[in-house]
Design a protein around this ligand. Structure first.
Ligand SMILES: Cc1cc2nc3c(=O)[nH]c(=O)nc-3n(C[C@H](O)[C@H](O)[C@H](O)COP(=O)(O)OP(=O)(O)OC[C@H]3O[C@@H](n4cnc5c(N)ncnc54)[C@H](O)[C@@H]3O)c2cc1C
Length: 282
């Protein structure tokens, strides 16, 4: 069992990974191989000490190079669920369960608004994981929200299983063109009884479906880990980056404003040291 699992490969997750590696800890690190979309998209960054006036793409490339130099590479899997166990944590990443003594949540802030009904129907027709739940929809009709180009292969995977896929893309240049995939306008709500029966679009159209897959880069913290103390979209932490759940720490944008790289890096560092102390005492 690894000592730690890190969720998120932005500045906060990277900073924690570097510090844990320096302390020769065994950990699993999940996140995008492209590191942080947010850093990448920043036109000019002027307030990260030592980097001068730098483009986000250049700083992200430096983060990547630093990680590579230290033999660190995030595993391209999305963590969709965490279950606290007896003195350990069970973490579901894509289709696999990992166990760890400590967990760092560093997935950035979830700004996307949930769909109406999303939480209510989670596990009853709403899923965040194509590879985990896709097989349940063999020959059925589903809707998919694809939040970024990097999830298009998951849409293709679902299209290979389901009979019909209604696709809402959250980005402008979606080039997916498959015979059983029909593009739709933005989704407003997911509805049903015991299970999902339809989606409602912003243009008021109702489409009967058996399920809805939501492929976003981040999962709202309270959905990821039920019982986690949150304040709006933020995870509540103390000065050691500890959450209310023993062994679970959080760092970066997910803990609150200001949304800044230096804060994320600093909190990742504090969290790594606090996790080391926690592990030494348990
Ligand atoms: C346009 C723009 C300009 C900005 N300009 C500046 C600036 O000039 N100076 C500055 O200091 N800051 C700036 N920022 C803010 C800065 O980018 C963020 O504060 C910083 O990236 C936060 O780092 P983070 O590690 O907390 O999260 P993020 O950078 O958001 O990284 C989170 C990572 O976690 C991954 N992830 C999320 N959930 C999961 C999951 N469930 N499983 C696996 N992986 C997951 C995501 O894919 C992502 O790779 C800017 C942001 C934007 C959008």
């Amino acid at each position: 069992m690894p000592d730690t699992v890190i969720v998120g490969s932005g500045p906060a997750g990277l900073s924690a990974a570097i510090n844990l590696k320096l302390h020769e800890k065994d950990f699993a690190w999940f996140g995008s191989p492209d590191f942080s979309d947010k850093v990448e998209k920043s036109e000019k960054i002027a307030n990260y000490p030592g980097a001068g006036l730098i483009s986000g793409a250049e700083l992200n490339a430096r983060f990547l190079a630093h990680a590579k130099e230290m033999g660190l590479e995030p595993v391209d899997k999305k963590v969709t669920n965490v279950m606290p166990g007896d003195g350990m944590l069970m973490i579901l990443a894509d289709n696999e369960v990992y166990e760890a003594k400590t967990l760092l949540l560093a997935g950035g802030v979830v700004t996307a608004k949930s769909y109406e009904g999303e939480e209510e129907f989670l596990g009853r027709g709403v899923s965040y994981c194509a590879t985990c739940d896709g097989f349940l929809y063999k020959g059925k009709t589903i809707a998919v929200f694809c939040g970024a180009k990097r999830y298009e292969h998951e849409v293709e995977y679902l299209a290979g299983i389901a009979e019909k896929v209604y696709l809402s893309a959250g980005y402008p240049d979606c080039a997916l063109d498959l015979p059983n995939v029909e593009k739709i306008t933005p989704i407003k709500a997911v509805q049903g009884g015991m299970k999902v029966t339809q989606i409602l679009l912003h243009n008021a159209a109702e489409i009967p479906v058996d399920g809805l897959f939501i492929l976003r880069s981040a999962v709202a913290p309270a959905t990821l880990l039920p019982g986690l103390a949150t304040d709006g979209p933020h995870i509540v932490v103390n000065r050691n980056q500890e959450t209310n759940i023993p062994g679970v720490f959080a760092a970066g944008d997910c803990t609150g404003r200001p949304y800044q790289i230096a804060k994320a890096v600093g909190e990742g560092n504090v969290a790594a040291h606090a996790m080391l102390e926690y592990m030494a005492g348990n």
